[in-house]
Design a protein around this ligand. Structure first.
Ligand code: SF4
Length: 403
């Protein structure tokens, strides 16, 4: 997903005009790009301890937001301190301070979500771009992102929004009801919370949108790093249509050094999603020399097969140099092919290669007769041999939500 950046000429009136024109736009259309005001250079973002609110950012005035909404899942402590319980960082935040993600602020002992209903990027994307290959294929997702993230991955392709605070991006006010209405006008089957980490750092916005969308049959999907606590994830899973989780590697070392986070909570989220029954797909971005070792891919694949079952789609995607990782080469296609083979040998039924348009690893193959039941080129479906979720050739069931 490529987000245009630094469209400094666009003012709020311009945003709204473009948003109003949404209903005439096709998939892939840019509705509202990520608009970023005066961000620090990428090297300014610091590493910190995952359990603290230590991501250093210059203290700036609170976002002037009359839209801020009181957070869910937090505890009040003496002397107006609060403790956020949305994600494993469990930030303890003093008065007029924010948590690590920079989007939640303590005001007189009450914790507020500042990114609520304030997306800074909106696009109409094919659902395949999320990527979700087994969830209403061929439909569009009304896709939005807000400022902020609870990780700081050195390879983030959307770092200018993920590492920003809401006052550092140019936003449009789009409450849940209007979000769903815009999605409907754009003929989207779903709303995707994506690009940065809006499903976690703007959790309440996603949850309210999911609840609103259910009234009119628009499903909400969460495109996420999975770094979220059990209770909020359980609550959201009741209302979400699908979730895509980034399994960024299979070692704590990688999570600590590359993402400023930890692996265990992500695995816990995957297990929880499996038990909740919400449709889930996994992306593993393959970084040369850092998470592409055979033993790590074997361990990850076996864990998925054993803990989640063989039907969870796994996408091995190609890395391109960006952000703090410009010296690393792009992933060789041979490394992706090797990873795919390992995962299939571990028993996984649906293993894909991503970011290599035209590769046969983009297709869905029937696990029974091995024939291609969905052929893709990039995000486009070029042939579909599926009928009511079954292989057109041998009638075997293909796991997914086909609609
Ligand atoms: S959601 Fe943000 S404020 Fe809450 S614990 Fe996570 S990083 Fe901290």
């Amino acid at each position: 997903m490529k987000i245009e950046r630094h469209d400094r000429s666009c003012n709020r009136r311009g945003f709204l005009r473009r948003l109003g024109a949404l209903s005439g736009m096709a998939a892939g259309s840019l509705v509202l790009p990520a608009l970023v005001r005066g961000r620090a250079s990428p090297t300014a973002a610091s590493a910190g301890t995952p359990a603290s609110a230590s991501k250093e950012r210059s203290r700036e005035p609170s976002v002037n937001s009359s839209h801020a909404r009181e957070c869910m899942f937090y505890k009040k402590h003496p002397e107006m301190e609060v403790e956020c319980e949305i994600c494993p960082r469990k930030c303890r935040v003093g008065d007029i301070e924010r948590g690590y993600c920079g989007t939640r602020e303590n005001r007189n002992g009450v914790y507020y979500s500042l990114a609520y209903a304030l997306p800074c990027a909106i696009h109409v994307d094919p659902i395949e771009k999320k990527p979700l290959f087994h969830f209403h294929p061929g439909t569009n997702a009304f896709s939005l992102g807000t400022a902020g993230c609870n990780m700081d991955c050195k390879f983030c392709q959307n770092w200018e929004m993920s590492q920003a605070r809401p006052e550092q991006t140019s936003n449009v006010h789009l409450p849940p009801k209007e979000t769903v209405e815009k999605a409907r006008q754009a003929s989207c089957a779903s709303v995707a919370f994506t690009y940065s980490e809006p499903g976690v750092v703007a959790y309440e916005y996603m949850l309210d949108t999911a609840i609103e969308g259910k009234k009119s049959g628009i499903k909400t999907v969460m495109i996420s790093n999975g770094y979220i606590n059990r209770e909020p994830m359980l609550e959201a899973a009741k209302h979400l249509g699908a979730v895509k989780i980034d399994l960024k590697a299979f070692t704590e070392k990688y999570y600590a050094e590359i993402c400023d986070a930890t692996l265990k909570p992500v695995l816990d989220t995957l297990v929880l999603l499996k038990s909740s029954g919400v449709w889930c797909e996994i992306v593993y971005l393959v970084l040369p020399t850092l998470n592409d070792g055979d033993s790590e891919i074997v361990s990850a694949s076996k864990w998925i097969a054993q803990e989640l079952g063989p039907d969870v789609p796994l996408h091995f995607t190609r890395f391109y140099p960006i952000y703090k990782m410009t010296k690393l080469p792009q992933t060789p296609i041979s490394a992706l092919e090797k990873a795919r083979k390992i995962a299939m040998n571990a028993g996984l039924h649906y293993v894909y290669i991503g970011n290599v348009p035209g590769h046969e690893g983009e297709n869905t193959y029937c696990p029974s007769c091995k024939k291609a039941v969905v052929k893709r080129i990039g995000y486009s479906i070029v042939e579909r041999k599926l009928s009511e979720g079954r292989c057109a050739y041998c009638k075997a069931k293909i796991a997914g939500v086909w609609g």
